[in-house]
Design a protein around this ligand. Structure first.
Ligand code: ADP
Length: 366
């Protein structure tokens, strides 16, 4: 059976589906005609009762059938015209689609359902974005409020003139300065995230030795690690440089943020170890593991979100902005590389990320 014959059959069959409006209208028309005929027959025609009855039945049925068929198709074409108008109003850009026959109505219904579900999805997305935006603004306000109130408090106390002890004045000024410092790094972190999210952060890709970068970060964080009584270790003696192709400054920031976290959430006399593995397909995997307090599994999927903290109160005392991991993720994403996290409470955490291997010959050309 070819498609056309199938459609024809469909059109013919569609008449069997009773169209109530057409049917009732046809009955009214037929009844009206028969009544008029009966009146006329009595007044002007010389017919007996039986003849009038037979003729009335015959004309009633024939008028009913013809008027029903006529009305049915008129009604349907009217519906089709209206549906096409609705369709054009809903989708003014899609001029190619038009309902031509009753079987197209099913397609139209499906298209409408699709438009409806697309619109619902769009509304859902806009709602999520709106919630995300509200949450983000709330988080920024909250993050800035704490140091601002600290600064304001100390400045007002000092302005009051009640404190004359030089040592106390110095202590208050130091605390004010710490508040300013905190404000500065929250703003800097936010600025960096915004740059990454708007695609304005450019990467300066080049070949460099990742072992050198890791050792550099170790040197910078040596004092802090000592203060927290945590040992910084590289898993192996790397006598040869290991080249990667990435933005050196940004990758140094990634390693710094991850090591700082391992110090913040590490344990007394803990160990933070960095290791470098060579993977297939020209990739290097850098792993930063600690034996600190760890993170519960339920937090892992949201860990890289802006301002996400495992415990709302726990980390604020440690001075984090809740943006460190978000920055790390943005930097690795911008390199089109992957970052992973594995963690177990009271055992430790491991953050790892991939980087493309660098070409030594390129290093000489640079
Ligand atoms: P913060 O500035 O609060 O440290 P981050 O974005 O760097 O924010 O980290 C998000 C949260 O992830 C932290 O608040 C902390 O609870 C958890 N976290 C990150 N790194 C570690 C780690 N090495 N060990 C345990 N928890 C960690």
């Amino acid at each position: 059976m070819d498609i056309n014959s199938f459609n024809l059959k469909e059109i013919n069959l569609s008449i069997l589906k009773l169209n109530k409006v057409s049917f009732y209208l046809s009955i009214s028309i037929s009844l009206f005609c028969v009544i008029v005929f009966i009146i006329m027959a009595f007044m002007f025609l010389d017919l007996n009762g039986e003849e009038i009855f037979k003729f009335s039945i015959f004309s009633f049925l024939s008028i009913l059938i013809f008027s029903y068929i006529f009305l049915f198709y008129r009604f349907e074409s009217l519906v089709i015209i209206r549906l096409n108008e609705i369709y054009k109003k809903l989708l003014p850009t899609s001029s190619s689609y038009e309902i031509k026959k009753p079987s197209d109505i099913d397609l139209f219904t499906n298209n409408l359902k699709k438009i409806n579900s697309d619109k619902n999805l769009e509304i859902e997305m806009l709602k999520n974005q709106e919630n995300y935006r509200k949450e983000f603004i709330g988080n920024i306000a909250h993050e800035l409020k704490t140091p601002l109130f600290t600064i304001q408090g100390y400045i007002l106390t000092l302005l009051d003139g009640g404190v004359t002890d030089k040592e106390i004045i110095k202590k208050y000024l130091k605390r004010t300065s710490k508040g300013v410092e905190r404000l500065t790094y929250v703003v800097k972190d936010l600025d960096l995230i915004t740059k990454f999210e708007s695609g304005m952060a450019n990467l300066e890709l080049k070949t460099f030795d990742i072992v050198f970068t890791i050792k550099n970060v170790f040197e910078q964080l040596e004092m802090r690690a000592k203060k927290n009584n945590i040992t910084l270790k590289i898993n192996d003696e790397y006598f040869e440089p290991i080249y990667v192709y990435a933005d050196e400054e940004r990758i140094q920031q990634v390693i710094t943020n991850l090591i700082i976290n391992s110090l913040k959430y590490g344990v007394d006399r803990g160990v933070t170890e960095v290791s470098i593995d060579s993977l297939k397909k020209g990739k290097i995997l850098i792993r930063i593991s600690d034996n600190g307090e760890g993170i519960e599994q339920k937090h892992l999927p949201r860990l890289f979100e802006r301002f996400y903290r495992v415990e709302k109160t726990r980390n604020r005392t440690l001075g984090g902005s809740g943006l460190g991991l978000s920055i790390v993720k943005h930097i690795i994403d911008a390199h089109n590389e992957k970052i992973f996290v594995e963690s177990q409470t009271n055992i430790g955490s491991e953050f790892s990320f991939t980087l493309p291997k660098g070409d030594k010959t390129q290093l000489i050309q640079e």
